[in-house]
Design a protein. Structure first.
Length: 198
């Protein structure tokens, strides 16, 4: 069975980015994907400690906290959805903490290697980014910056759903436009997969 893992970086359970991501998850589930969502704000974890244990004695991050399960699940996913509001020109601190810990996905002496990742190749990543500022040129650097890292992990195919002009209340006009983008992407990502009867 195909697996989709969704990692939510928003502190708001029903915020803009979380709602758009939930729409993708529902579409995947309807096509027979096993889906799992992690709300990072509900977890107890630390950022990367730069201990470099994952580049020596261990093949996984050695920090024993709630993020261990998320890192494992994300590393096994066929489709990984990463959703975040834009805070101060970047992803939320919740998602940034997760991203920093994905350093453990890289093998020792990874730099310059053809296959630097411990993860299998050929997976897909979807980024959901929402921002209050309507100008699309502002903060447009976030996606390409992180896409590069995740491509090195084996997420060869990457997509972006970006909602500019998002407000705290979830403006119907702008959220509906993002929902349409999510629906269109879901039709491409999840085609050809049928629901498997229990």
């Amino acid at each position: 069975m195909k697996r989709l893992v969704c990692v939510l970086g928003s502190p708001k359970a029903k915020g803009n980015s979380a709602s758009i991501a939930a729409r993708l998850c529902a579409a995947a589930a309807a096509k027979g994907y096993e889906t799992r969502t992690f709300a990072l704000n509900d977890l107890d974890y630390r950022g990367c400690q730069a201990c470099l244990a994952c580049k020596g004695l261990s093949e996984i991050c050695v920090i024993a906290d709630d993020l261990g399960e998320v890192l494992y699940a994300a590393g096994e996913a066929d489709v990984l959805v990463l959703a975040s509001p834009v805070y101060y020109g970047d992803v939320s601190s919740q998602l940034k903490g997760f991203i920093d810990r994905t350093y453990s996905y890289l093998v020792p002496d990874w730099y310059g290697k053809k296959n630097p990742s411990r993860l299998r190749p050929g997976r897909k990543a979807v980024w959901v980014l929402t921002q209050g500022f309507r100008g699309e040129k502002s903060f447009a650097d976030i996606y390409p910056k992180y896409r590069r890292f995740f491509k090195s992990y084996g997420f060869d195919e990457s997509h972006l759903i970006r909602q500019c002009g998002a407000d705290a209340e979830g403006s119907t006009e702008f959220r509906d436009a993002a929902f349409r983008k999510a629906d269109a992407l879901a039709a491409v990502l999840f085609k050809g997969i049928d629901i498997i009867a229990a």
